[in-house]
Design a protein around this ligand. Structure first.
Ligand code: ADP
Length: 642
């Protein structure tokens, strides 16, 4: 037996608390039988007592000796009736037994009265007293009362010729009929009032039970929340949760499994209540998604109930038997509707469905755990961000100090030496300019970053001539490219093309990628190519530099991420360039990819969906005409040094 339902549907009705008509009728009938059984004893005892007193006086009267025999018969009937109603198997026949016993008494009374030719009026009084008293004392309902009254009336009518009469027989019959009718009406009304009172009491106790359940659930969830808050970020929080679940649900054991993002499988993290060897086994098992039908159900965010391991198909029963699981409840832990783990709790030997309260508690605790796990992740992220910021500050200080020290050094050299040749002067000035440019770039990158992060960085689209932009970047990188053993080649694959783009951002992208390629290529070549692929402008920057390890290919686009993050790094930079590039590419609805091999080189490809602009500048028109005529443009050049 298995069942699954959404957490939201957890408050669907529970049979134990239901007041639906059928359930209510059943419990009313059970209660009625219990009452009839206990009151029948009292009624029969009272009857025996009163009749006994009557017999004491009557048996001395001449012709009335037979009363003792009749009384003996009555006592026998009372005893048999009391004993039979105590037989467990006959319990559900209590009312027919009671009707049978009391009808028997009525008939014995009638029979005895007939043998002594008692006055019909006195017999009627006796019968009316009997059936009316029983209607009031025994809550057996109108049908039982009708049967008793009918038997009494029929018996009296049959024996009527044997009774003595001082008034016409019709009077006696009318008297008895009135008794029969009033006793039946009384039984009907009493039954109705009793049923109404019973319904009200049942509703009250259901409301009270619900209130109590709500209070218990709230207390448990509050405690779960407090525990999670108290333990968040500390080891053992999920162990605490498991303790809490077993206590709140009254289960034998509870385990928690969480998602391992890397392997995409569910891993065991905590357990209470299971045997040591089961725990050890769990520790060594990874449950990949899809390995059990159970996970498909949990994936849908649904609570899964296995009421009996032998009558379900979500987990192999042999496996559950091995883990000593007879029945269990599994609740998913979700973040943004994605499964990030689950809590399983249950019994080792007990089978059968879990109560509504247990299901609601489990769902509530799992939700609290989801919040706790999310908080823990946020704290982890915040700590990582904090660490990164500290690294950034130290890197920034280092990066700022280096060019400043160089500038100071040059300035001192200028101040110290009185006879500096014009050539040396030029070299010193060049050095100062280079360091100042480095500083400026650093400050610019930091400002770019601040703008991007604050969301103030809007797109300013204008016509941009790609060839001219490439030439501009080429000119700016000329001093850096003048390094021994480095060759930087510039290729314009779409001469004269003018596109609608944010010029500054496009230039920042090209500069950052080219700057990195030059920086991380101590010796070799750097190729910068801009071209078209259908509707996209494609910028490719490839180098034969140091390359990047496959593990780092995704992290290099994160803020402040540097493969070599040590303070004594070989290459400069603060780990912002690629982060800024990716942000800008995203803003322009483009895509950036990288391929790299350590020691061989890297290739960064940026695809931007930039539309062509029809109105082109005069230079663009000339460049396009030259290209069409097969004449090489100045941008198809090679910067070589060394
Ligand atoms: P940085 O300022 O350190 O260059 P980036 O964000 O531009 O920061 O780059 C992040 C990291 O990616 C760099 O520290 C470097 O390790 C790696 N990287 C970027 N471009 C290249 C490249 N062309 N070749 C090798 N490694 C590179």
């Amino acid at each position: 037996m298995t069942g699954a339902f959404d957490g939201s549907a957890a408050d669907s009705g529970d049979t134990t608390l239901a007041t639906e008509p059928l359930g209510l009728r059943r419990s009313y009938a059970a209660e009625t039988m219990r009452l009839v059984r206990s009151r029948l004893d009292v009624s029969l005892a009272l009857f025996s007592l009163l009749m006994g007193i009557d017999v004491l006086f009557e048996h001395r009267m001449p012709g009335h000796e037979g009363v003792v025999g009749a009384y003996g018969l009555e006592i026998l009937l009372c005893v048999v009736a009391c004993l039979l109603t105590r037989v467990r198997r006959l319990a559900r026949h209590t009312i027919p037994l009671a009707v049978g016993a009391t009808s028997g008494l009525a008939l014995i009374m009638l029979g005895y009265s007939a043998t002594i030719a008692a006055p019909a009026e006195a017999v009627v009084i006796g019968q009316v007293c009997l059936i009316t008293c029983l209607a009031v004392v025994l809550p057996w309902g109108v049908r039982a009362q009708l049967v008793l009254a009918a038997i009494s009336f029929a018996g009296f009518t049959l024996l009527l010729p044997l009774f003595s009469r001082t008034t016409p027989a019709l009077f006696s019959l009318i008297g008895l009929s009135a008794g029969v009718a009033s006793s039946c009406v009384a039984a009907f009304l009493l039954e109705r009032y009793r049923f109404e009172a019973f319904t009200r009491a049942a509703e009250r106790s259901r409301a009270y039970a619900l209130q109590e359940e709500e209070a218990e659930i709230s207390t448990a969830l509050l405690y779960a929340g407090q525990t999670l808050n108290e333990f968040v970020g500390r080891a053992g929080v999920l162990q605490e949760v498991n303790q809490l679940v077993t206590r709140a649900l009254g289960c034998d054991w509870c385990s928690t499994f969480v998602l391992d993002e890397q392997t995409k499988s569910l891993r065991f993290v905590a357990n209470v209540g299971s045997p040591e060897d089961v725990r050890t086994e769990f520790e060594h098992i990874d449950f990949p998604f899809g390995s059990l039908p159970l996970f498909d159900e949990l994936h849908r965010g649904r609570l899964v109930e296995i009421a009996d391991r032998n009558t379900q198909s979500l987990v192999p029963p042999d496996l559950l038997a091995r883990w000593e699981v007879a029945s269990m409840l599994c609740v998913p832990i979700c973040r943004n509707e994605h499964l990030i783990g689950f809590i399983a709790c249950g019994y080792r030997t007990r089978t059968g469905p879990f109560s509504r309260k247990q299901r609601r508690l489990a769902v509530g605790i799992a939700q609290a755990v989801a919040v706790g796990v999310e908080n823990e992740r946020l704290i982890r992220d915040l700590r990582a961000a904090n660490r990164l910021k500290s690294d950034f500050v130290s890197t920034m200080s280092h990066e700022l100090r280096t060019p400043l020290n160089v500038i100071l050094g040059y300035a001192e050299m200028l101040g110290d030496s009185s006879d500096v040749s014009p050539q040396e002067l030029q070299q010193l000035a060049q050095g100062i300019r280079r360091s100042a440019t480095e500083l400026l770039e650093l400050v610019t990158a930091t400002l770019d970053l601040a703008r991007i992060e604050s969301g103030r960085d809007e797109l300013h689209v204008e016509p941009v001539e790609l060839a001219a932009l490439l030439q501009e970047v080429q000119r700016e990188f000329e001093p850096l490219s003048q390094r021994a053993g480095l060759e930087v080649r510039w290729h314009d694959g779409c001469p004269g093309e003018v596109v609608a783009a944010d010029r500054v951002k496009l230039k920042t992208i090209i500069k950052n990628l080219v700057g990195n390629a030059i920086k991380y290529t101590p010796q070799g070549t750097v190729d910068v190519r801009i071209g078209r692929d259908r509707e996209d402008v494609v910028l490719t920057v490839s180098d034969t530099g140091i390359g990047i390890e496959p593990d780092h290919l995704t992290t290099i686009f994160e803020m402040f991420r540097q493969i070599d993050g040590s303070a004594t790094r070989t290459y400069g930079g603060v780990g912002l360039g690629l982060y800024i590039v990716r942000q800008l590419v995203d803003r322009m609805h483009g895509r950036i990819t990288v391929e790299s091999e350590p020691g061989v080189g890297s290739t960064f490809v940026v695809r931007l969906p930039l539309t062509r602009v029809t109105t082109t500048s005069p230079q663009a028109l000339v460049a396009r005409a030259l290209a069409d005529a097969g004449v090489r443009t100045p941008t198809s050049t090679t910067a070589r040094s060394g």
